[in-house]
Design a binder for this molecule. Structure first.
Ligand code: PLP
Length: 386
């Protein structure tokens, strides 16, 4: 029986010691998270109103160079919320990349719209602007570039590919808090951007998400739809079918503590990523995640692609697990999932880049408190396993 948090933490520490296990991700609540959560609980504002929520949204907007932010229950509903606010529905097409977490595609289907799945570029692993241009039709209402594994999509190029088609660009930046296109942060590059604050993301609230935008109409509509479509001036008058997609003040308290020290969090993770690069860049059996000349990626997860002469990914994963090191295979491309397999990829010749990455990609442990000694150990075991 776990009768206090302290007992539980001791128990977890013991487990770590005995297994020397290096997990793929680990949550760091070493800032003011506990203090702010206790404060939120003491205030009794534990549902979806309260000062931490207001502050969290303000910080999200400021840090992304956006006019406003709408915090949500998770990152998946953040995508659904912005699509619903833009009135995207049946008959509409939304262009998305083949290589992403399934939430991107599911949110499009929640609206009854059609996901149009195209390939990613080899040099960013993100939506290919030329393929977006080729996939445009008179029904295209939105493009959803995903900043995969922290590397920003070339959103400005995608915007110019649209010319005057009128389609919206909504960036799924769930994995890319703090990433930049030249000196501009993701969040202000598209018509709107969404984030996830799940436990393994760079900034976390446990479960949580947000949409940021500078479009006042979309902002107002998202606030309405997030709150069951209730008229802000008339209680229990609901002008349309909305959703309960609200975040709690308790979760926002965690978020405020995280954002207060986000530069430090990014700094810690950048050191880890650099160490991985230094240790692994000369291995001929591996290639590392590319970085475009204009990009400053967010240090979310460090990734390698197993190249010619390497063992199979399953073998590498197994060998590393035996040494107590957790790794993570890449997302399975959408077109290889049963729900999306039938969606013929529009890009000529299918989605070979996404398929190759999906088959050979592996993510390595990346979290704030991973020491450089542990990074060296992961690399040593990887180089033996590959
Ligand atoms: C994490 C993630 C989401 C949203 O996930 P939630 O678990 O719902 O917060 C959406 N898209 C991508 C690419 C993600 O990695």
């Amino acid at each position: 029986m776990i009768n206090s948090l302290e007992t539980m933490f001791e128990w977890i520490d013991e487990m770590d010691d005995s297994y020397h296990k290096i997990p793929i991700a680990s949550v760091d609540l070493s800032g003011k998270e506990m203090e702010y959560v206790a404060d939120a609980l003491n205030s009794t504002w534990i549902s979806s109103r309260g000062p931490y929520l207001n502050l969290f949204e303000e910080m999200l907007a400021n840090l992304t160079g956006s006019e406003g932010a709408v915090a949500t229950a998770n990152g998946t509903v953040a995508i659904h919320l912005i699509l619903a606010a833009a009135r995207i529905g049946p008959g509409d097409e939304v262009i998305i990349p083949d290589l992403t977490y399934v939430a991107t595609a599911n949110a499009v289907r929640y609206c009854g719209a059609t996901p149009v799945i195209v390939d990613v570029e080899p040099d960013t692993w993100c939506l290919d602007p030329q393929m977006v241009r080729d996939a445009l039709t008179s029904r295209t209402r939105a493009i959803l570039p995903v900043d995969l594994y922290g590397h920003p999509a070339n959103t400005p190029a995608i915007r110019s590919a649209l010319a005057d088609s009128g389609a919206l660009v909504i960036e799924d930046a769930a994995e890319a808090w703090g990433a930049r296109y030249f000196d501009r942060p993701v969040g202000c590059l598209a018509d709107a951007a969404t984030f996830s604050f799940f436990g393994n993301k760079t900034v976390t609230t446990g479960e949580g998400g947000a949409v940021v935008t500078s479009n006042a109409d979309l902002l107002t509509r998202m606030q309405l739809l997030r709150n069951q479509g209730q008229d802000p001036d008339r209680r229990y008058f609901h002008s349309e079918i909305g959703y309960n997609y609200r975040l709690t003040n308790v979760a926002a308290a965690i978020g405020v503590a995280q954002l207060e020290r986000v530069e430090r969090i990014l700094g810690l993770r950048s050191r880890i990523v650099e160490r991985y690069r230094d240790n692994l860049s000369s291995c001929r059996k591996l290639s590392l995640q590319p970085i475009a000349a204009w990009a400053e990626p967010s240090p979310w997860l460090f990734n390698v692609i197993l190249g010619d002469g390497a063992r199979s990914r399953d073998e590498v994963v197994g060998k590393m697990a035996q040494a107590g090191i957790e790794t993570r295979p890449f997302f399975v491309p959408l077109t290889q999932l049963p729900m999306y397999g039938a969606e013929a990829a529009r890009s000529m010749g299918g989605t070979p880049v996404a398929r190759a990455l999906g088959e050979r990609g592996l993510s390595l442990p990346t979290y704030n408190r991973l020491s450089l000694t542990e990074v060296d150990r992961v690399c040593e075991v990887l180089l033996e396993s590959v």
